[in-house]
Design a protein around this ligand. Structure first.
Ligand SMILES: Nc1ncnc2c1ncn2[C@@H]1O[C@H](COP(=O)(O)OP(=O)(O)OP(=O)(O)O)[C@@H](O)[C@H]1O
Length: 712
């Protein structure tokens, strides 16, 4: 069944025992428990519970506590922060018993390599690659990435290149200060200054489930040539007829679908029976990539090691490792403090700071917080003009011993988001970035002052696995995680492709879409800037499609050129004094400018004050006017009220007088009767008078009419 939320706590399969010289009672030395329940899934809003998940066997329980420096009784390495603190100590070459190299960090006799000088790249004489191969590759330029039929010839890139491409590549090589026939970029010390991203491919052993289902090995490698050949499963089946062959691939038979790639290193970790490829265990891997990276960090370069590959291909095993087989990160940290022990003197001291974060669903989360919140807030990514993109408010710890780093690594790995998929029961669902900031301080014991500082950054990136939804059996939250993982890896692929193209062909570089994903934005410097970068492409020995895609991806990355510089500030006493004078002058200038500005500012302010006063006066005038008007209005209103009252009183008085007058006049009845009869008589008289008048008028008219007839 699918897990739907994310467990914050399952420990990625990373364990470290203290060195044998330390008390190890109760430490996790036993093999990882085989039973593993499914992980508590992560909710869609990134919420993490501090409870440990069950995916990766964690170093929980009593054993875990015993691994801290305190419980192990490790006496801490004297702090290298202050030169003065070390003045009276004899540190030259003596390694405390507690820091002696434990067995698991020591190379097996078969893999013993010449001890490298910690501050120098390895001499060319130690390189195992035949010169003829290097010449052949370098002439082609694309030879490393070209896929060819192994039956024809190992490196066939010349066949696939047009003459113009070859010319362009030669020009490109010459413009970078190299001859076309001698390659420096394939050497282990090719990471000096400008150089290509080193690409190593590592094939992991068969997993129990693959052995059970009788999967065939599709890979073969040749360590000396650096070639990796991938054979199509159909061809393996055809050749599986009992004939002699190399890892199932017949030696004298041309196989149509086989793909061959050439890398800086092809690392065979499948089994120990391969005649052409030496078995590369964790220790040999550290020799091939980790040690050199640390050398460069001590020289002052930023370095980066990325692990890429399909889910379950061995990225976390390579970077973090297991209890008994620590990976690159713990080995580098251990070696780091070993070297610091040796190199610390009265004039040279070192400081180490670490940080650890993950990118989950395009959000950045701090992996080193002392306590994990239920729903931790994602951190913001910012870009500084000097340091490039960085994670704001990321927790950084100063560490003084391997034991301290180990403690923080365990904390971070516990908090990293993992969840089960069909392909890998302990699948990482996030990209994890572990950073070590190393500062070397050279000081002048006489003056007791710092004269030189070198700042370098070692970055380890354990990318989440690329995957196909159907093969990993993902739905819901897992599918969304997968989509985000694939999105960021696709953006990484586009960035690699553009950078590789512009490194190969001298044309104007397209805009590199660093900002299209949080991963590429944060890795901007490591991919195309100030960093010596190595990519370890991890492949499964029996998954044709995924391995082919990983190998193609890795092939492109080989062509990226970075421009690493030593991050050093050297200051001699004379230079320092000059700088101080210069800075004092600058301060004086700035103070003058400030004073000038303040006088100009004062003048401007005075003029503004006058204006302001004018406005205030106007406002005051209008305010006074308003007050007078208001007083007038109030007086009129009052007068009006008085008049109204007066009118009311008069009206009432008149009414009273009228009533009084009516009441005082009393008419006697006889007078009334007489009055009525007079009125009746008057009316009668009026009627009679009207009738007489009417008669008279009629007579007059008749008279007038008669006269008129006579005249006629
Ligand atoms: N070189 C190796 N030697 C022995 N075992 C290995 C090797 N590489 C990988 N494995 C084993 O293969 C399994 C898957 O490896 P791992 O978890 O490292 O894969 P991954 O690439 O990190 O996967 P994901 O991206 O899903 O986290 C683990 O059990 C691991 O121990």
């Amino acid at each position: 069944m699918e897990d739907t939320t994310r467990s914050p706590s399952p420990t990625k399969k990373y364990y470290l025992r203290p060195p044998p010289s330390l008390p190890s009672a109760g430490l996790p030395g036993s093999p990882r428990p085989s039973s593993r329940a499914s992980v508590t899934p992560r909710p869609s809003t990134p919420a993490r519970s501090p409870s440990p998940g069950k995916l990766k066997t964690a170093s929980n329980g009593p054993n875990r506590a015993a691994t801290t420096s305190e419980s192990m009784g490790i006496s801490r390495t004297p702090s290298p922060l202050k030169a003065g603190a070390l003045k009276n100590q004899n540190l030259t070459g003596s390694v405390p018993a507690t820091l002696r190299v434990p067995e698991r960090f020591q190379p097996s006799p078969a893999q013993v390599q010449p001890t490298p000088n910690h501050l120098r790249s390895r001499p060319r004489s130690q390189l195992r690659r035949p010169a003829s191969v290097a010449v052949l590759r370098d002439e082609s330029g694309l030879g490393d990435s070209a896929e060819a039929s192994p039956g024809l010839r190992p490196v066939s890139s010349l066949d696939v290149m047009s003459p113009s491409q070859q010319l362009q590549l030669r020009q490109s090589a010459t413009s970078h200060g190299r001859t076309a026939s001698v390659s420096s970029r394939f050497s282990t010390d090719s990471l000096v200054g400008q150089g290509n991203v080193r690409v190593l491919v590592r094939a992991r052993p068969f997993l129990p489930r693959e052995i059970e289902s009788e999967c065939k090995c599709l890979l073969s490698m040749n360590s000396a040539l650096g070639t990796t050949t991938l054979t199509h499963p159909d061809d393996i089946d055809r050749s599986d007829d009992g004939s002699d062959g190399l890892n199932g691939v017949p030696l004298f038979r041309r196989i149509k679908d086989a793909k061959e790639f050439v890398f800086d290193e092809s690392l065979w970790s499948v089994d120990r029976t391969n005649k052409n490829a030496r078995f590369v265990d964790q220790d040999a891997l550290y020799d091939k990539v980790g040690r050199g990276s640390l050398d460069h960090a001590f020289e002052g370069y930023h370095t980066c090691i990325l692990a890429y590959g399909q889910t379950g291909a061995g990225k976390s095993y390579t970077m973090i490792g297991t209890e008994g087989e620590p990976g690159l990160i713990p080995r580098t940290c251990y070696d780091l403090f070993q070297r610091i022990e040796k190199l610390t003197t009265t004039t040279t001291t070192f400081t180490v700071k670490i940080s650890y974060f993950e990118i989950y669903n395009e959000h950045v989360y701090d992996l080193l917080l002392p306590t994990v919140a239920e729903a931790p807030a994602p951190l913001k990514v910012r870009e500084s003009p000097v340091d490039g993109p960085y994670v704001k408010d990321l927790t950084t710890y100063s560490v003084h011993s391997y034991a301290e780093i180990e403690k923080y690594l365990k904390r971070g790995n516990r908090q990293r988001a993992t969840a089960a998929t069909n392909m890998n029961a302990t699948s990482s669902r996030s990209h994890a970035v572990f950073t070590i900031a190393l500062k070397r301080i050279e000081s002048d014991p006489v003056m007791d002052e710092t004269t030189e500082e070198t700042n370098s950054r070692i970055r380890f990136v354990d990318l989440a696995g690329s995957e196909r939804a159907n093969s990993t059996g993902t739905t819901g939250t897992r599918l969304r995680e997968g989509a985000n993982i694939n999105k960021s890896l696709t953006t990484l692929g586009r960035v690699i492709s553009i950078l590789a193209e512009s490194s190969l062909v001298s044309k104007k570089r397209d805009i590199v879409p660093y900002r299209d994903s949080t991963l590429t934005w944060l890795l901007k410097d490591n991919l195309g800037g100030n960093s010596k970068t190595a990519m370890i492409a991890c492949v499964s020995p029996c998954d044709y499609e995924e391995s082919l895609s990983t190998l193609r991806y890795a092939s492109q990355a080989k062509h990226i050129r970075t421009r690493a510089v030593v991050n050093q500030d050297f200051i001699s006493p004379t230079e320092r004094d000059e700088k101080l004078v210069e800075m004092q002058q600058t301060i004086n200038k700035l103070q003058d400018t400030l004073a000038q500005n303040s006088s100009t500012h004062k003048q401007q302010t005075d003029a503004q004050m006058v204006e302001l006063e004018k406005f205030r006066k106007v406002i005051r005038y209008y305010e006074e006017r308003a007050e007078v008007e208001e007083a007038k209005r109030r007086a009129i209103m009052q007068e009006n009220e008085t008049i109204k009252l007066h009118n009311r009183l008069i009206t009432e008085h008149v009414k009273e007088m009228r009533i009084e007058a009516t009441e005082s006049i009393k008419i006697p009845d006889s007078f009334a009767k007489e009055w009525n009869s007079i009125m009746q008589e008057t009316a009668k008289f009026r009627m009679e008078l009207s009738a007489d008048i009417a008669t008279l008028c009629r007579n007059d008219r008749e008279l007038l009419n008669g006269r008129t007839v006579q005249v006629q």
